[in-house]
Design a protein around this ligand. Sequence first.
Ligand SMILES: NC(=O)c1ccc[n+]([C@@H]2O[C@H](COP(=O)([O-])OP(=O)(O)OC[C@H]3O[C@@H](n4cnc5c(N)ncnc54)[C@H](OP(=O)(O)O)[C@@H]3O)[C@@H](O)[C@H]2O)c1
Length: 372
Amino acid sequence: MAVRMLFSVDFWRMAVLWTLSLLQSYYMLMMNEFFLFSRQSIAELPCDWRSGRRFEGPGRPICIITGATSGIGEAAARSLAKMGYCVVLAGRSPELLSKIVGEIEEQVKDADVKTFVLDLSCIRSIMKFKSALEQWLTDSASHFSVQILINNAGILATTHRLTPDGFDQMMKTNYLGAFCLTHLLLPLLKNSPVASRVVNVTSFTHRCVSSVQANDGDLAKTMDWISSSEGYPFARTYEISKFYLLLFTREIHRRLQSSQLADKISVVAADPGFVETKIMRELPQTLSWLAFKCLRSLRLLQNAESGVSAVLDAALAPLEASGQYFFGGQGRRIKPSAISYDQKLASELWTSSWRLLCQANSDLKFGECLFS
Ligand SMILES: NC(=O)c1ccc[n+]([C@@H]2O[C@H](COP(=O)([O-])OP(=O)(O)OC[C@H]3O[C@@H](n4cnc5c(N)ncnc54)[C@H](OP(=O)(O)O)[C@@H]3O)[C@@H](O)[C@H]2O)c1
């Protein structure tokens, strides 16, 4: 299998294009530093910016992290629990969730951690999660709101698999699931006593997308890749899923800015860089080992503890950071790809995504979206 993969287009796409995209992001970071743009932008943040948006009681501010059972999500959960948030871990496996809770409670004194089962590849599961969360908020002493939502869950699937709703699993988990969850949680985010934040964990690989359509037909096709004789284009599917998540970030930011919610909810994108996690679990072990080895020798590989810093920056930065792309830690931001600023594409994607979701589940109503 490793040999077959070694000769595949996808492997070389990852080895060459993804490395170049990552280098481009670091180059932009370096240029920002060189011209002092980035330092200025850090200086713009208040000195206590990492704790600036916390509210005081009743209960602790609630932060939801999807995909919190591994890698970056797990590291974010530990850090936010240390900072005094009530951390809601949302994941597929109850066993893994309770294992992580046990570890966090052992490491963090007074940790306030709650778990919920959530499978982002299934609309029913997302709706069930929302109801269970609301019920728990009603029953507990917590404020009926969510302050931070981190859409972190993601997969790099090497084979085409269909979800119960009939979507490509990688597209559904990485993009459409996060789109659906964010919409369902908007009322709780709006209820937060201090401005709430949505963080979409995207990737430098979005830079590999140079042209893509987002109208109904094209999106439906992308959401259900028909395996061609050449096989499933998994590297490209991953890139597009992360690009869509970024377009969604820009579109929701634009809609929030032109609504009365601009000072209530903000949304940002976070790119952790290349991090040694289980993200490559579906690749042959020898190839992921080789990839990590090469990236480590180029000093481009981070561990989860350092990779999570862009996500934490994104989660805790002030309201004014809305719409921005966090990369490199220390509150630093860079520009995403030029095509991700395409407003028409972002708006088309928004509408098509809603239509697809409503077609897949009749309980979802397009008109009920907060800013449809
Ligand atoms: N690692 C990197 O270099 C890198 C770079 C850029 C961006 N990212 C992004 O960072 C995010 C976190 O990835 P990671 O590197 O920490 O990978 P990871 O260690 O594989 O963690 C992924 C998490 O997502 C969860 N997940 C997968 N499918 C799910 C579903 N259908 N519903 C709910 N949760 C699901 C996994 O849960 P299970 O344990 O149940 O599978 C796991 O907790 C992803 O969005 C990834 O695309 C990673």
